[in-house]
Design a protein. Structure first.
Length: 107
């Protein structure tokens, strides 16, 4: 397989995976934020899903707590490793394409 074709596949696959991770994050955390807004102690004006933007790439602190609680409730929580896998494939594809360009497109 030519390096250029491999790079293109990695870039496309990485972009699709990162976009799918973003959509999963958006769907999962918008549901969580909507449910939090219905709580009696919710702040006026509610929360935005973008208040949880760090949960897109991390499962630390409150993101891990929310994911653990979602598992206890029988839900499938968002997994940031999907985003990182997509980003890694995207970057690897760019590196492979650049390597193919410097090698003359063969290999």
């Amino acid at each position: 397989m030519h390096l250029r074709r491999l790079g293109t596949i990695l870039i496309a696959g990485g972009a699709v995976l990162a976009a799918a991770a973003f959509a999963w994050w958006l769907a999962f955390y918008s549901t969580i934020m909507r449910e939090l807004a219905q709580a009696p102690s919710a702040p006026p004006g509610g929360n935005s899903v973008f208040d949880a933007i760090s949960c897109l790439y991390s499962s630390a602190d409150v993101c891990g707590f929310i994911a653990g609680f979602a598992r206890l409730m029988g839900r499938t929580p968002y997994e940031p490793m999907v985003f990182w896998a997509g980003l890694a494939a995207l970057v690897a594809g760019v590196v492979v394409r650049l390597a193919a360009r410097s090698a003359g497109g063969r290999a």
